[in-house]
Design a protein around this ligand. Structure first.
Ligand code: MG
Length: 359
């Protein structure tokens, strides 16, 4: 991993720095502070109704929250002022960011319109999808070969077709190959965990069979236990079954997503590390000339928000229709606002390019 010590000195008059100074220190709830059940409730807030496109009509509590996490649409000029003259690298979560959250995870389709917007963004900016899903699954949803993909919370990274020459071979756990096509694997830091992940997947499927609505998904380097369709009175059963299975696997740990328990290998790797790895691998580690922007809705995205915030190299945009603590600097309500933001970003990039041509 490259050194980023040169990334810690921003001009104090930049808008991002100003926003950082406005916010109080973040206090994220410790994952296991009050037990799994409480974490399941905290990680799965009920969405409130917001009047999209009319921030004045937002719930007053939400409106107050956006003072701390300004809308990336309303603060767009501020964001692009900071990105002026820099290369913007775009990192996008999938579920709840590019696609709506749905009851059946296999039905989380992104719209054709969103696909076109992401394709257009990728033609102007280096773009990566960072998801808890396996690389194959998220690629099947997105279907764009020009992107980088980091599946399984960043534990399965592959590069775009035809850009293998841009990807460094990392010796630490890398499984690089230079095959063309969507199977180009560039980094799998948890590959030795595959057998126990498959074993735990089978056990969790068996143990949760009797829980109505529970769904266990194998995401290659992690297992997701979805309880979106489980009656809340049965959530303790989901927690108990998962806990019982995990007791025998000290090298696996659990994190909480939106109505999903994520079982992952205990390794020092997460979406934040994946962002650092990708920036380093594709030659975008210089924060003097690169502005990484990460858009995501999930608790696991906080690792990436935190890395960008603490390294003062870029920022996160949290997608949420409910107030919540975050390491992000800005907010968007839902995937439709993400689409609007990406469109504006592309338009701004095109205008910047044409201004540069005229000069
Ligand atoms: Mg998500």
């Amino acid at each position: 991993m490259g050194s980023y010590t040169n990334c810690r000195n921003y001009a104090h008059d930049d808008p991002v720095e100003e926003l950082k100074e406005m916010g109080s220190p973040l206090k994220l709830m410790p994952l296991h502070a009050t037990g799994w059940l409480n974490d399941m409730k905290v990680s799965s807030p009920t969405a409130i109704s917001v009047n999209i496109g009319n921030p004045g009509a937002f719930d007053p509590i939400y409106r107050a929250w956006t003072k701390k996490y300004p809308s990336a649409l309303l603060a767009f000029n501020q964001i692009v002022a900071y990105g002026k003259g820099k290369k913007i690298a775009l990192f996008l979560d999938y579920d709840g960011t590019l696609s709506p959250i749905v009851d059946e995870p296999d039905n989380a389709l992104m719209s054709d319109q969103m696909r076109e917007v992401v394709r257009n963004a990728a033609s102007h900016l280096p773009t990566a999808i960072i998801s808890g899903r396996s690389c194959d699954k998220v690629f099947d949803f997105v279907k764009l070969t020009e992107l980088y993909y980091a599946g399984s919370h960043g534990m399965d990274i592959m590069g775009p077709v035809g850009k293998s020459g841009c990807v460094n071979n990392h010796s630490n756990g890398s499984n690089s190959s230079h095959k063309q096509g969507k199977d180009l694997k560039i980094f799998q830091p948890a590959s030795e965990f595959l057998p126990i992940i498959n074993e735990v997947f089978r056990l969790l499927v068996e143990r949760t069979t009797g829980i109505n609505g529970a769904l266990v998904e194998n995401n290659k380097f992690c297992v997701s236990v979805h309880y979106r369709n489980v009656d809340e009175k049965d959530w303790p059963l989901v927690a108990q079954c998962t806990n019982d299975v995990l007791k025998a696997y000290p090298h696996l740990h659990l994190s909480h997503g939106r109505k999903v328990l994520e079982v992952r290998p205990v390794i020092d790797w997460n979406k934040g590390k994946a962002v650092e790895f990708l920036l380093d691998s594709i030659g975008l580690a210089d924060c003097e000339s690169v502005l990484p922007i990460y858009i995501g809705d999930d608790r696991t995205d906080e690792d990436a928000f935190k890395v960008l915030r603490e390294d003062k190299r870029g920022f996160g945009i949290v997608v949420s229709s409910v107030p919540k603590e975050s390491y992000a600097l800005y907010s968007l309500v839902d995937p439709s606002e993400v689409m609007d933001f990406l469109k504006r970003l592309v338009k701004w990039k095109e205008e910047e390019a044409s201004r540069a041509t005229i000069k």
